[in-house]
Design a binder for this molecule. Structure first.
Ligand SMILES: [Fe+2]
Length: 207
């Protein structure tokens, strides 16, 4: 992937005054930055998610079969993708700015419009929930959709991510970036009482 030139680099975001060492892992499709957010930030996102779900800021997710084009709604995964009622914490803007600083291909690119608020979508997956294999819808002529996804809550088991033919596992605080309009992706069935929560920051970039 051409986000960054070095492979498996270790670096520090000195401007962010964070102590955790951030390991970058990348291959031809995906870039992962371990510990992109710290434990306090993880907790802010967890607290916001619990409150937002209770307040009805989420709607039922979509599940189905991409090849057959058969879809239905599910209560096992909630999303605010199409919700008009989203009230993010200040931290979400801070993280969006941090992504612009750290991921060169994002830079000043516009956010993906029409999904979530300010290009940010949150997905909450409960026990037995998954994400079917799909590509995201087009973001416009001559543009591709890049999402930088931060895991704020990890399922007790399951929840591995597949992008094309490879499998990836994130820990809470890790961020994973890839071209969601170009690459097939899916998430394995999640198990346990702890929901899996992902904050997805979308950008429309020139390929
Ligand atoms: Fe997607």
């Amino acid at each position: 992937m051409r986000f960054l030139k070095k492979e498996n680099a270790i670096y520090r975001l000195s401007t962010l005054k964070q102590k955790a060492v951030k390991m970058i892992e990348k291959d031809e499709n995906v870039m992962i930055i371990r510990n992109f957010i710290n434990s306090e930030e993880i907790q802010i996102l967890k607290d916001w998610t619990a409150k937002a779900v209770a307040e009805g800021q989420f709607v039922d997710g979509i599940t189905g079969d991409w090849d057959k084009k058969e879809f239905s709604t599910t209560k096992k995964r909630l999303t605010n993708r199409m919700s008009q009622n989203i009230n993010y914490p200040e931290l979400v803007k801070t993280l969006q700015d941090r992504i612009r600083q750290v991921v060169p291909s994002v830079g000043n690119s516009p956010v993906i419009e029409g999904h979530g608020k300010d290009g940010v979508v949150v997905s909450v997956t409960y026990n037995d929930g998954d994400v079917y294999r799909h590509k995201d819808p087009s973001v416009g002529e001559g543009l591709v959709g890049l999402r930088c996804n931060i895991l704020s809550s990890k399922a007790e088991s399951g929840g591995s991510i597949h992008v094309e033919d490879k499998t990836y596992d994130l820990n809470e605080g890790d961020m994973m970036c890839y071209l969601v309009t170009e690459l097939y992706h899916s998430v394995d069935v999640c198990h346990g009482n702890t929901p899996r929560t992902l904050f997805m920051f979308g950008f429309s970039i020139k390929p």
